[in-house]
Design a protein around this ligand. Structure first.
Ligand SMILES: Nc1ncnc2c1ncn2[C@@H]1O[C@H](COP(=O)(O)OP(=O)(O)O)[C@@H](O)[C@H]1O
Ligand SMILES: [Mg+2]
Length: 282
């Protein structure tokens, strides 16, 4: 039997970086949202992509997932597991998405279908790549998925609709859905931005735990340096579609090279902030 492209990728004979982006440009009409960025992601690392709103973080993550519309012009190279994926036909991308790579978004309500029960939505995500599962096994998998993100008493929640869950629970459910097929790469696009600070901290620690247990490689975007600092091993600072500096979190935070990074850092309130002084403005 000829293996599906996704099976070839899962066997992954290539020991190099999981993801390699080279000279990526993304244009929406006359606007160049991403201007020639390059980066590598090693297996198991969490790369924080940080920058102010409009700097091109989401555009970059969407390009990796192949989720831009046909009007968006993308050039350069995106290699995943050693294989060029920029410009792959939709049928090949569908095999990758959800299975080898998955994405979670800022706004958990809009990413869920409001008129479909949570149980049915998770089941659908599982069935997309495992259509042969029996009803019994499918239900087991749905329950395991909910339990893995600490939704209490999952069996009693299967028939609930998204609005019956809190914002934090909805994001947990989306994380569970993203991980049902044990993807190698998780693109997390401002996954905590829409949440209250305490819930944000819970989701961050859940994501850190899942990242470790699944050996996930994660691209985590945020406008918030303090959030990125908590979860990332390396950080890339983005501004106006360019990466200004990239390096291990400890280096970038303690010894930033670029003046813009220093500005961003000054804007993060710390316990040591001198409150008699005016706030630094970026
Ligand atoms: N679909 C689109 N059509 C036109 N412009 C877009 C589209 N998506 C994003 N942009 C623009 O591209 C730039 C980068 O956007 P984005 O990647 O969403 O930034 P970030 O995620 O860093 O806030 C912004 O100027 C934004 O307005
Ligand atoms: Mg964004």
């Amino acid at each position: 039997m000829t293996p599906l492209p996704s099976d070839e990728l899962r066997n992954d004979p290539n020991p190099g970086p999981l993801l390699t982006i080279r000279d990526l440009h993304i244009r929406f009409g006359s606007l160049e949202a991403v201007r020639g960025i390059s980066l590598d992601m090693q297996r198991g690392e969490v790369l924080g992509l940080v920058g102010e709103s409009g700097s091109g973080k989401s555009a970059t993550a969407l390009a990796v997932m192949g989720l831009h519309g046909p009007a968006t012009r993308i050039t350069g190279s995106i290699r995943f597991q050693g294989r060029e994926i920029l410009g792959l036909p939709h049928s090949d991308l569908r095999l990758l998405r959800g299975k080898q790579m998955a994405m979670i978004f800022q706004e958990p309500m809009t990413a869920l279908n409001p008129v479909m029960t949570i149980g049915a939505q998770i089941a659908e995500a599982i069935r997309t790549h495992e259509p042969q599962l029996s009803r019994h096994n499918l239900k087991q998998r749905v329950l395991e998925a909910l339990a893995s993100v600490a939704i209490l008493d999952p069996a009693s929640r299967l028939h609930d609709f998204p609005h019956q869950f809190s914002g934090g629970q909805r994001q947990r459910i989306l994380i569970a859905m993203a991980l049902v097929h044990q993807p190698a790469l998780l693109l997390a696009d401002e996954p905590t931005t829409a949440l209250d600070v305490t819930v944000q901290a819970q989701i961050l620690s859940l994501m850190a735990e899942l990242q470790r247990t699944h050996s996930l490689t994660m691209l985590f975007t945020s406008h918030d340096l303090a959030v990125v600092r908590q979860i990332a091993t390396r950080v890339a600072v983005m501004r106006h579609g360019e990466i200004l500096e990239i390096g291990p979190v400890a280096d970038v935070f303690t010894n930033p090279e670029h003046p813009y990074t220093r500005q961003l850092l000054r804007a993060v309130p710390a316990m040591t902030t001198d409150r008699t002084q005016p706030l630094a403005t970026p």
